[in-house]
Ligand binder design. Sequence first.
Ligand code: NAI
Ligand code: MG
Length: 493
Amino acid sequence: MQQGQQAGPAPHEHEHGHGNAQGCGNAQGYGRERRGTPADTLDIVNPATEELITSVPATTPEEVDRAVARAAGAQAVWAALAPADRARLLRRFAALVDAHTEELAQAEVREAGHPVGNARWEAGNVRDLLEYAAGGVERLTGSQIPVAGGVNLTFAEPLGVVAVIAPWNFPMPIAAWGTAPALAAGNAVLLKPAETTPLTALRLAELGLAAGLPEGLFQVLPGEGPVTGHALVEHPRVAKVVFTGSTAIGKRIMAQCAASVKRVTLELGGKSPNIVFADADLERAAASAPGSFLDNTGQDCCARSRILIQRSVYDRFLALLEPAVLACTVGDPADEGTGIGPLISARQRERVRSYVPEDAPALIRGQAPDGPGYWYPATVLEAAPGERTAVEEIFGPVAVVIPFEDEEEAVRLANDTPYGLSGSLWTRDGARALRVARAVAAGNLSVNSHSSVRYSTPFGGYKQSGLGRELGPGALAAFTETKNVFISTEEST
Ligand code: NAI
Ligand code: MG
């Protein structure tokens, strides 16, 4: 179905639900080719009202081909600029994003349903990412390695044209995670935003151009994943694909990249644990827990959607959790006081309902508005380990609670998933904190906190949560090839 229940010219079902026991799907049966005629336009719908905001032309494979050629031309110009000039242009881009924070935030509210306060933070995050990347331009250096008989130099060279395929859950930040360091390292970027959320991305491309980036260096190509996204992944002149989205599509893209040994970074799903030990500051842990699975209406790859609670404090913790969950206000994202907005689309709500219908028994269930808008109430369920709701990524405002006896069981349950993106643990025992953080197979752990992502620290998944790392000190290097050159200093005879 077309996003947002707008009548589309063709069925838009390019992925089956997460229905297998593994929870992450597998290459077979997932992400099959799009069938039917590609849509000419994407209908962009406000998820809080179900109103059509606008329609955006979808990029055809022929247009992708032309965009790649333009990007390659611009990349040559860009890479030849003095590093200080590239850094200056990226800082100017950051300053323009900063000056347009409110406009970008309001667009994010309308097309993604994000609470306006969060949306402002997201625009600020794009600015920060651009500034951080700009700061890296002149620090991206090679090396000289001592060898016999000559000089051995390494160079960090740009890859060329990079495709960033972004999701709808954090349209601005995640687009910038790939785009900012890729540009800083001397590459061109073709950004394909998600079907439902191209508007902020299109605006960012205009701001980049206004900042003085070479024409064609950073282009936004709205379109359907299996059409526009597919064409980018298949394109021989695209050197790297940065993908954030479902594990099913990530696996498919990785397989496609194998055909030409295309570079690929994957940021995929999660089913992250929030481990509460009996010795924790339970009030603090309970105050933090709702945000850790409800923020962004649970549409967060880092959502701590499995709350593991030591049995001796299980009842006490749930008694603290309930009022904290019920205090979270679900409502109009344009209101300054709203904490939680709607889900992104009718399709996503159906997905969440397929796991937990709103009338299914629940331990805690909050309120959600009636009427237009893709609302879904905050929900906490009991689940046995291994149950579908305890294993698969729901990507809605739903958490399960599971008791554990001791540290060993906590770690075993935490790792009992094919995912490994993030997780939290709550304890006052410093040695235990580090022991458990090291034992949980996930890329991003937080102790007595549910913070996940910072532009200055590496981010990415273990196991089926992804491949490679984004952000942090290595962000630019991920968009380079290392070239080694040996120059003989032997005398000619
Ligand atoms: P998706 O993986 O289909 O979409 C992500 C991006 O990939 C979009 O830009 C989409 O157009 C593109 N895409 C889709 N098929 C493609 C293909 N064959 N070739 C190239 N690009 C393609 O995710 P979807 O269907 O919107 O959401 C389904 C589930 O995926 C969610 O319920 C959630 O569990 C998970 N998800 C996880 C995200 C994360 O942050 N890790 C983000 C979005 C979704
Ligand atoms: Mg999909």
